[in-house]
Structures are given as C-alpha cells and as structure tokens.
Design a protein around this ligand. Structure first.
Ligand code: ZN
Length: 124
C-alpha cells in the first residue's frame, strides 16, 4: 500500500519537519566547522592555511605594511602627541588597521607571526 495515497497528518508533518531538521543540523555543522576553522593567535584569527582574518568581522586581511600613527603620552600636565610607525593589516570592512600583538603585548610583524605559527609548539 502506498502511504502517500492516504497520508496521515503525522506522516505529512514528518515529511515537512524531517528535511527541515536535516537542513538545520547541516547548517549547525557548517557553522561549527566555520568557527573551528579559525584559531586566535596574536589577537587576530588565522585559518588553516595561516591566512590572517579580522577578529571583529572575520574577513580576510591583507595589505600588511608600516603605517603612520600618533601615540598620546602624558608629559607632566600635557598630553604629547608622538608620531609612531607601526605595522598592521588593514580591514576594509571595519575600516581599521589590525595589529599583531604577542602574548607579552609586543607588536610583531606578519613574518614573525607566521614563523611563530609554523612552530609546532604554538599549536599544542
Ligand atoms: Zn574587520
């Protein structure tokens, strides 16, 4: 007997819900896989191929270069503006420079970060 010739409401409900559940769990797996794709080192995110991603919007970062900036430092009663140069990526989506900072709070370059990430100890 073909159940579809006289489908019970439960069968109909199942036919509607089951693909939905499958879609939901697939979506869940994909998002979990996406999250696991990134590892956080030096205050930014890295994918498996060690490409840098923005910690805020997760977009791929590029354009590493030295940039000019200003640092504010207190000199007695006054705030002095001191020009500094720093290396950073630039996230076009956030419109912000994204710097690499190591565990001790020191800036590092893209090459230094890649060297550290390729050391087996960092991943353990
Ligand atoms: Zn961003």
């Amino acid at each position: 007997m073909n159940p579809w010739s006289n489908p019970s409401p439960w069968l109909l409900a199942g036919a509607v819900v089951a693909p939905g559940l499958v879609a939901l769990s697939t979506w869940g797996l994909v998002t979990r896989w996406r999250r696991r794709r990134f590892r956080r080192f030096f205050q930014i995110l890295w994918d498996r191929k060690l490409r840098p991603h923005c910690p805020r919007c997760r977009h791929l970062l590029g354009d590493w270069q030295m940039r000019e900036g200003l640092k504010f430092e207190r000199q007695g009663d006054q705030l002095e503006r001191i020009p500094i140069r720093f290396g950073a990526f630039f996230c076009a989506t956030c419109a912000k420079p994204v710097r690499l900072i190591d565990e001790d709070g020191f800036e590092m370059t893209h090459e230094q970060a890649l060297e550290r990430l390729r050391e087996p100890t960092v991943h353990s």
